[in-house]
Write a protein that binds this ligand. Structure first.
Ligand SMILES: Cc1cc2nc3c(=O)[nH]c(=O)nc-3n(C[C@H](O)[C@H](O)[C@H](O)COP(=O)(O)OP(=O)(O)OC[C@H]3O[C@@H](n4cnc5c(N)ncnc54)[C@H](O)[C@@H]3O)c2cc1C
Length: 505
């Protein structure tokens, strides 16, 4: 077995793991980042909708088991250096202050986090600066307090979006410039190298700010940080009393490998991090590390998500980069509905081929004609944490997912009001598609933060209850899903954790 030594071993190079590596690069510790995937190739197929959407070129070929429906499915997970951010839509937004408190929804209460917005606010600023976020403060009335400005101005709207924003403002809505992590001026994506807006595609223009480009590559410039790619970690071993992790064991290119370290950080994402803990059962931890109270893998959340295509009958919209506007008018309530409904933002521009990969019976001529006249939206409503929604290991190691969506009434209300809003703005035809278990882009919640070991897996600092040298730095620690995009928050949490770990040395 190959043995590698480190002071701090980070398992997983998504935004959680890579932001932590970045923060620790100058702290004097030897940091090893362990990643199951390799570097995603920059190639023309990056922007080929057929390769990406119809064939899932960059997606895992794993099959997970849907316990509720008794079927297998191919999840939306992408195992690359940089994690899911290689494919993400690059919208980096802060959770709202209200998201950290108890928030009443139509289906129940979204629980308070054990940290307040004020505790994380400075790290949101650091995270925005690390990812070179573009935005404009002071337009969105739901925006929380900020102590630092956006690092870069917002991306300008293309004419059809600018006209829509004008109309919506005139009708009393408050659209705001979307917070985007892209290198817009100079090298990268811009009018010279136009792309349709990141969502679901790797970046051929090297313009998307992701975990690899913004965090890991700069971290690797320090001699103290090393990356072990193509290395899959299966389990941890512990001291006999289970209080200290001794090694992370796995395989690298067919060979067994053990990473020995003083400190370990699990950052494999909300589905895979609990699986590593569950596989690490021993006499000290018979049901898996941190699982005395059967909490590991529970509260799996995806959010309620839909895409909406709003089509106008006359005149093309001629959009390339439409992903520049967000609307939070229905975030905390909607007309006649006194609960949160959800958030909307423009999607990367849909193409006929993208829709056809999902709806093959629709003729491409019709679809091409529609997308030329459309503005397309991404809509999210909060999903509440339900202990019965969970990730488990089957007897043969099969990945099993139990997921029943909740709070769906809120999402229906959101759809109704957005369609009405768009009809009023001159887009009478509105078609939506609701996503299900396989669209797990915003997966979170399976190792949640909390003060009580009986109802959580990690303490408020991210340390696993009952283990002295194991932390979690990814979306699995979220106690609630919110209706917002998750990445900026998990990066801010990692930077906060990095501050504590570096000071501890
Ligand atoms: C199409 C798409 C669009 C999205 N758009 C947005 C957006 O616009 N804004 C936003 O905020 N979020 C967006 N997201 C979500 C965002 O990408 C994720 O929330 C975020 O990447 C999660 O970070 P993470 O660190 O928790 O996990 P991940 O990004 O999943 O990283 C985990 C890493 O661990 C590695 N790994 C897993 N298991 C093991 C193991 N056993 N051993 C070693 N390595 C392992 C994985 O390969 C991966 O690199 C999008 C996601 C997708 C797929």
């Amino acid at each position: 077995m190959v043995e590698i030594s480190a002071d701090i071993a980070i398992i997983g190079s998504g935004p959680g793991g890579s932001a932590l590596a970045y923060r620790l690069k100058d702290c004097g510790a030897k940091v090893v980042v362990v990643e199951r995937g390799g570097y995603l190739p920059i190639e023309p197929a990056n922007w080929d909708a057929e390769a990406v959407f119809s064939h899932g070129r960059y997606k895992t070929s794993e099959q997970w088991f849907d316990v509720v429906n008794g079927t297998s499915y191919r999840p939306g997970n992408h195992y690359w250096v940089g994690g899911q951010t290689k494919m993400y839509g690059a919208n980096l937004q802060r959770f709202r202050k209200e998201d950290f408190d108890d928030l009443e929804h139509v289906d129940g209460v979204s629980p308070a986090w054990p940290i307040a917005y004020e505790n994380i606010e400075p790290y949101y600023g650091e995270a925005e600066s690390l990812f070179a976020v573009r935005g404009e403060a002071g337009v969105d009335p739901t925006e929380p307090y900020r102590s630092s400005p956006f690092p870069f101005p917002a991306i300008p709207h293309e004419p059809a979006v600018a006209l829509l924003v004008e109309k919506l403002n005139a009708s009393g809505f408050k659209p705001h410039p979307l917070e985007m992590a892209v290198h817009w001026e100079g090298a990268g994506c811009n009018a010279e190298f136009p792309c349709s807006g990141c969502d679901g595609f790797p970046c051929y223009a090297k313009g998307k700010a992701d975990a690899e480009t913004q965090c890991l590559r700069p971290a690797l410039e320090s001699k103290q940080v090393e990356l072990l790619s193509n290395t899959l970690i299966n389990r941890f071993t512990t001291t006999p009393n289970g209080k200290q992790i001794v090694a992370a064991e796995g395989t690298r290119r067919g060979e067994s490998i053990a990473i020995k370290s003083k400190m370990f950080v699990l950052a494999c994402g909300a589905a895979n991090s609990p699986l590593v803990l569950l596989r690490s059962h021993s006499s000290a931890w018979p049901d898996g590390i941190g699982n005395t109270y059967d909490q590991v893998g529970r509260y799996y959340m995806l959010q309620n998500q839909s895409a909406l295509m709003s089509v106008r009958p006359f005149g093309t919209t001629d959009l390339t980069m439409q992903k520049t506007v967000g609307i939070h008018d229905f975030l905390f309530e909607a007309p006649g509905f006194y609960y949160p409904a959800g958030a909307i933002q423009t999607l990367g521009k849909l193409t006929g081929l993208m829709i056809q990969s999902d709806q093959p019976y629709l003729p491409s001529k019709l679809l091409d004609g529609m997308v030329k006249r459309s503005i397309d939206w991404w809509m999210t409503s909060e999903e509440l944490p339900d202990p019965n929604n969970r990730i488990q290991l089957g007897k043969d190691g099969r990945i099993e997912v139990t997921w029943r969506p909740n709070n769906e009434q809120a999402h229906k209300v959101l759809l109704t009001h957005v369609k009405k809003m768009m009809r009023g703005a001159g887009y009478p035809f509105n078609f939506h598609k609701r996503f299900g278990i396989a669209a797990n882009a915003h997966q979170c919640g399976t190792l949640r933060l909390g003060n009580e070991p009986s109802t959580s897996v990690c303490d408020p600092s991210g340390r696993v209850h009952g283990v002295e040298n194991l932390y979690v730095a990814d979306a699995s620690v979220f106690p609630s899903s919110t209706a917002m995009a998750p990445t900026l928050t998990l990066v801010a949490l990692s930077l906060k954790m990095g501050h504590v770990l570096a000071a501890g040395r």
